[in-house]
Design a protein around this ligand. Structure first.
Ligand code: ATP
Length: 739
């Protein structure tokens, strides 16, 4: 990489939570790689006006937790004109900047590409008119750019998530939860409008996560006569036990003829036909505001880290890229194609090509539309006949989202004609026959409730209990078993499938769904509950960090995770920790000595805050207390040290939108698997998981090959590869080669 590079970063178009994390990562990675880094304030307008300033490492400190963008954003009419772009080129080159990371929506990225392609012509004109000397123009013949998509709508084709979309979903779901409690008290109907001019992502996912009754999105307009269908659906849900009704309308919702469907119109329909007062809430800019979610902090950090690397290593003649997310990994997309494909969706929607628009959103979006349609409507009574009996149970530690998963199991199971039995209290409850048949309305309200209504227990059936377990399964006449839980749940299921020769009662379809805040389960990159726990940790760290504003302070914070460092590492990325201690790596005296020296040196150099995150089992010897005492002792009063063991707040609270969506998606696959097996007469044991962006089933019999049983974690953990990003953005002065 060219160490003399000068790199600019700007945020443009609508602001989005997480832009600050991206800016911070671009700046620090740039500095880490030896470049000089500049902020172009207020988007392209800052380039036009020459509002460009050099940034140092600390200039982007303490911004991860802030919404919006600290370098400002704007919609610049000047930049749309050639004279404006001429001024922008001259201003950038006055500071020697010919590499840019632009964070914005498709409009901003279109402008970026135009500017890039025009660059040689702009320079020629500037030289000809005396605005630039020929030598400077010759030294910067090309503009190198990388794009990051900042858009709460999640509307860019080719990237699974855009910066800000997850936080916007947090705001919407918080609002829906709040509205639901008041609506249920009065048995009221609410119509809620959410953002999304061309993209129904926010509305659809919020409807799934908020347990709403009906959703209207631009890509999938309802058929003529939808008003009657909506009203019927609301009536049926009320009759089946719902106390409130909620309709979500995306800003850009329309009918098949292309006429807009507004929240006010929906309200009118409901009032006329249900003879019931309906209230409208337009969430508006609340969705853009507030602190970024954990995901928008860690993912945007990774995106910024990758974008700075990409643009600083770009070679002349290369193709510009958007740095996005695909299959849960950072990926490079050709900028021109990504932008034009995105524009094509808006055009398709406007032209009434809804199939094309849906196809562009990808298969998991389409799948969620179907799952939502099934779950939000009470099942029609099926013909009498033998119904297959499927039991749902939780095992292992509590994970937020277990209730969401159980609710999905009940509703999707009923839809497939199953009798769904809820097991109270995990495997001990099953052995005792403590089960209850669950109806559609029994799980009302479970979509967003923390905890586990069915209860969960860590106990794995002992060898001497297997007989009783088999007898219970026979007595209850179970045809299938859905186990939603953590490591012990998986161990128990594995034991059952490997003991089938001795206990024929275990020869029934068994499907496991991963639910554990530790994220230590095989076959799934993410388990239900981990995102919520991470959000809990990040919120706690925000408060802890703020408490230090008055003094120089080092915090040593202990996270859960057992022998899996996922929560510690991701919290470190999301909260900007200077040091993270993981069980996968252990802790050594030599390392501690280096860390302490570095920390003391950084406080001497003016640092006011140092955050170290330690997983609870990172070392038996160097406990959180020992670590804090070492740091204190070596500081000799230069700073003080506080320790915080976050404890069970990590497991508590309502599930995050992502965990609700993940739970719904995984369970819909699990129920489909069980239904398929019951129909085919097979009795496989499987565990499901998210691999990239797909849900994949793995055979339980081979589970032991995938896990390190003594460490109780998968042999391969994808997130360990994110370590260098933390080093680059958190440790000032670490030479590039070391990270
Ligand atoms: P959002 O998704 O929030 O709307 P966006 O980036 O798409 O964000 P736009 O208003 O479309 O927002 O664009 C932001 C800015 O990017 C514009 O104000 C303008 O400065 C620049 N820009 C957009 N399109 C062009 C273009 N075709 N030519 C030059 N500049 C453009």
């Amino acid at each position: 990489m060219d160490v003399s590079s000068r790199l600019g970063v700007l945020t443009s178009g609508g602001d989005a939570q997480g832009m600050n994390a991206a800016v911070r990562a671009v700046v620090r990675t740039g500095l880490h790689l030896g470049a000089e880094v500049f902020a172009v304030d207020d988007g392209w307008q800052g380039a036009v006006d020459g509002h460009i300033r050099a940034l140092a490492w600390d200039d982007v400190g303490s911004i991860l937790n802030r919404g919006g963008t600290v370098i400002g954003t704007a919609r610049s009419a000047d930049f749309r004109t050639r004279p404006g772009r001429l001024r922008a080129a001259r201003n950038l080159l006055e500071r020697g900047i010919d590499r840019l990371v632009v964070v914005g929506g498709d409009g901003s990225l279109t402008g970026t590409e135009l500017f890039r392609t025009e660059w040689p012509g702009l320079l020629e004109e500037l030289v000809a008119t005396g605005g630039l000397d020929a030598a400077t123009a010759a030294a910067h013949p090309e503009l190198f750019v990388a794009g990051l998509v900042g858009s709460i709508d999640n509307d860019m084709v080719g990237t699974e998530m855009t910066i800000g979309a997850d936080s916007a979903l947090h705001r919407i779901v918080e609002a829906l939860d709040a509205i639901a409690s008041t609506a249920a008290s009065h048995q009221r109907t609410f119509v809620v409008e959410v953002m999304g001019r061309h993209c129904g992502y926010l509305a659809l996912m919020a409807a799934v996560a908020g347990g709403s009754d009906y959703v209207l999105i631009p890509e999938s307009p309802p058929a003529p006569g939808w008003e009657e269908e909506m009203v019927d659906k609301l009536r049926e849900s009320r009759a089946a036990g719902r106390r409130e009704s909620m309709v979500l309308v995306a800003e850009g919702a329309r009918d098949r003829a292309g006429a807009p469907i507004t929240a006010a119109y929906v309200r009118g329909v409901l009032q006329d036909r249900l003879s019931e007062d309906a209230r409208v809430t337009i969430l508006g800019h609340v969705q853009r505001g507030g602190a970024p979610s954990a995901y928008d902090r860690w993912m945007s950090t990774l995106l910024g880290y990758a974008a700075a690397q990409e643009v600083l290593s770009a070679e002349p003649g290369g193709e510009p890229h958007v740095v996005g997310v695909r299959h849960n990994r950072i990926t490079l997309l050709p900028l021109v194609e990504a932008v034009s494909a995105t524009r094509a969706v808006a055009t398709a929607v406007d032209a009434g090509d809804y199939a094309g628009a849906m196809a562009a959103r990808g298969s998991s979006f389409t799948e969620m539309v179907r799952t939502y349609a099934t779950m939000s409507r009470p099942p029609v009574a099926t013909a009498p006949g033998p119904r297959r009996r499927v039991a749902v149970l939780h095992a292992g530690g509590l994970a937020p989202g277990m209730n969401t998963a159980a609710r999905a199991a009940v509703r999707l199971g009923l839809d497939r004609g199953m009798t769904v039995l809820g097991v109270n209290g995990g495997f001990p409850g099953l052995i005792d026959g403590d089960v209850v048949e669950l109806a559609w309305h029994d799980v009302e309200g479970w979509v967003g409730e923390g905890g586990a209504g069915l209860g969960t227990r860590r106990a794995v059936p002992e060898v001497e209990q297997l007989y009783a377990l088999g007898r219970a399964i026979e007595r209850l006449e179970l045809d299938g078993l859905l186990i939603i839980g953590g490591f012990n749940a998986y161990l128990a299921a594995h034991r059952m499938v490997t003991e089938r020769d001795r206990y024929p009662a275990f020869a029934l379809p068994i499907v496991c769904v991963p639910a554990s805040i530790d994220n230590n389960l095989p076959g799934s990159e993410l388990s239900i509950g981990a995102d919520t726990a991470l959000n809990n940790i990040v919120e706690a760290l925000d408060k802890i960090k703020q408490s230090a504003s008055a003094a120089k302070r080092c915090f040593v914070v202990e996270t859960m995770g057992r022998r899996c460092g996922y929560l510690a590492l991701m919290a470190g990325l999301a909260a900007g920790a200077e040091r993270v201690y993981l069980p996968e790596e252990g802790m050594s005296l030599a390392e501690l000595a280096t860390d302490t020296e570095r920390m003391v040196a950084s406080f001497r150099a003016g640092r006011r805050l140092f955050l170290a995150i330690r997983n609870e089992t990172a070392s038996d010897l160097y406990t959180t207390d020992v670590l804090a005492r070492i740091f204190q002792e070596e500081g000799h009063g230069l700073y003080d040290v506080r320790q915080a063991v976050l404890g069970h707040l990590q497991q508590g609270g309502n599930p995050s939108p992502f965990d609700r969506i993940l739970a719904t998606r995984l369970v819909s696959h699990a129920i489909a698997d069980l239904a398929g097996q019951l129909e085919a007469g097979t009795a496989e044991g499987r565990y499901l998981g998210l691999v990239g962006s797909d849900v994949v089933a793995h055979p339980l019999v081979h589970m032991d090959e995938e896990v390190d049983l003594s460490a109780r974690r998968p042999r391969h953990q994808w997130w360990l590869g994110l370590r260098p990003a933390i080093e680059a953005v958190s440790r000032q002065g670490t030479p590039a080669g070391e990270a």
